[in-house]
Design a protein around this ligand. Structure first.
Ligand code: CTP
Ligand code: MG
Length: 238
């Protein structure tokens, strides 16, 4: 069992697809800001075990102002890192904080999208078990339910066999040394990496392990996703 878990919650995006004046991670959902749902889920999970937990929230300058007046008092244990231009650069800034600690070796790092408020205890349990059994890199994944096509070079698209593909969620969990050395190794390529598993794969060329994802663990991306999350929260306990 790892002696510590670092939870990195990336919340420095601008929410372009969602639109509006307030970025999606700060919108109200069932009585609290979207990003607070994940922090509460992590608190519950780690409160039930002996594990030492550190929560690092990655915020843009405007996000820091929001947090000061809408969260900092209720969550004094949360540490803040600076947002980067891309998601991977936001993660890199949080990893620099982990690396600055002399005793991070042997820890687990989980990276989670602030825009995924439906984080269940069962999913956290599946990821922790996989890490405890020796997985260096593990992600939650689901079989796609839509048919898939690959865009052709000029126009149109070609159907592909969807049974070969997985849709990947967060949290993504790693042994700290594996993730930190992959980020170091790929530091010049981070801007085009969409998740941590891509960084680790580019660095190690080893397959990434996966556990069952959760259909409720949606990423709030477009405006229709927020009312959907509200309904899901009313209908099921996480
Ligand atoms: N994120 C981040 N730093 C960035 C970009 C994204 O911390 N430079 C975070 C977002 O806040 C979000 C998560 O990464 O919690 C997943 O990204 P996404 O859903 O793409 O959010 P946005 O980038 O904010 O949205 P959009 O792509 O529509 O602009
Ligand atoms: Mg984005």
């Amino acid at each position: 069992m790892a002696h510590r878990i670092y939870f990195v919650i990336v919340a420095a995006g601008g929410g372009t697809r969602f639109g509006g004046d307030i970025p999606k991670q700060f919108r109200q959902l069932a009585g609290k800001p979207v990003l607070c749902h994940s922090i509460d889920a992590i608190k519950t999970f780690c409160g039930a075990s002996e594990i030492d937990v550190r929560v690092i929230l990655v915020l843009s300058p405007a996000g820091k102002d929001f947090w000061k007046s809408n969260g900092a008092d209720s969550y004094p244990f949360v540490e803040i890192a600076d947002g980067g231009v891309s998601r991977a650069e936001s993660v890199a800034n949080a990893l620099a904080m982990v690396e600055a600690e002399s005793d991070y070796a042997g820890s687990i790092i989980m990276v989670h999208d602030a825009a995924r408020p439906m984080l269940s205890q069962e999913l956290l349990g599946r990821l922790m078990r996989a890490c405890s059994q020796g997985s260096q890199a593990v992600v939650p994944a689901l079989a796609p339910t839509d048919s898939l096509m690959e865009k052709a070079d000029i126009c149109g698209a070609m159907p592909v066999d969807r049974s070969s593909f997985l849709a990947v969620q967060t949290p993504q969990a790693f042994h700290a040394d594996t993730l930190i050395s992959a980020y170091r190794n790929q530091k010049d390529n981070l801007a085009r990496m969409t998740d941590e598993a891509s960084v680790v794969f580019a660095s190690t060329n080893s397959p990434i392990e996966y556990v069952d994802g959760d259909v409720r663990n949606i990423k709030i991306t477009n405006p229709a996703d927020l009312p959907l999350a509200e309904i899901l929260l009313q209908q099921c306990s996480l």
